[in-house]
Design a binder for this molecule. Structure first.
Ligand SMILES: [Zn+2]
Ligand SMILES: [Zn+2]
Length: 181
């Protein structure tokens, strides 16, 4: 079991004991080193209605250490330190292929791609289950300094160079959800 800060109903946060998530073949289990609080978290907390499935573990600014690696993941190993790239787009659709992953078609035309803590469970917990291709190594950068970069820096990260981005590998997850068009 692990501790997780969860939104259990509109306006209610609880520190709860929940099972450590199990990972799929294309995923990592991250031992969280730091998780930032974003103003979006406060918006979600103060919404008078339920926007996402609840209980929901908040936290989309996350840094930590790889604890376990899915069976199909290559090039990652336990003990690596990194931040969680928060746009969990499919990586396969037309928009993703064009570099417009923020409007990934897999989530539907009017939806945003999955983001930890705003759909899938986030990083305000001891462990986070995440897509392996969302892991960005940080060397020995302090977790508390690195975590907010996961939210504040992706625009620069996306525009800087495709060559600095880890190659996105096809995954059963994306093949299942990506439209063929
Ligand atoms: Zn944010
Ligand atoms: Zn996509």
């Amino acid at each position: 079991m692990m501790r997780a800060l969860q939104l259990t109903e509109p306006g209610v946060l609880e520190l709860r004991e929940v099972p450590v998530p199990e990972i799929g073949p294309d995923e990592l289990l991250l031992r969280v080193g730091a998780a930032g609080i974003c103003h979006s978290d406060l918006h979600v907390l103060h919404l008078p209605f339920q926007l996402r499935a609840q209980p929901l573990t908040l936290g989309h600014e996350v840094a930590g250490t790889i604890e376990a690696v899915g069976a199909a993941v290559e090039g990652r190993s336990a003990g690596e330190r990194g931040v969680v790239y928060l746009c969990w787009s499919c990586g396969r659709c037309r928009e993703c292929a064009s570099g417009n992953e923020n409007v990934c078609l897999a989530a539907g035309r009017s939806a945003m791609p999955p983001c930890p803590g705003l759909g899938p469970d986030g990083g305000m917990a001891e462990y986070l289950r995440m897509p392996a291709d969302a892991f960005v190594p940080i060397g020995d950068l302090d977790f508390r300094q690195a975590a907010p970069l996961a939210d504040a820096a992706p625009t620069r990260y996306s525009t800087s160079s495709a060559t600095t981005r880890p190659a996105r590998s096809p995954s059963p997850r994306s093949r299942r959800t990506a439209p063929t068009g």
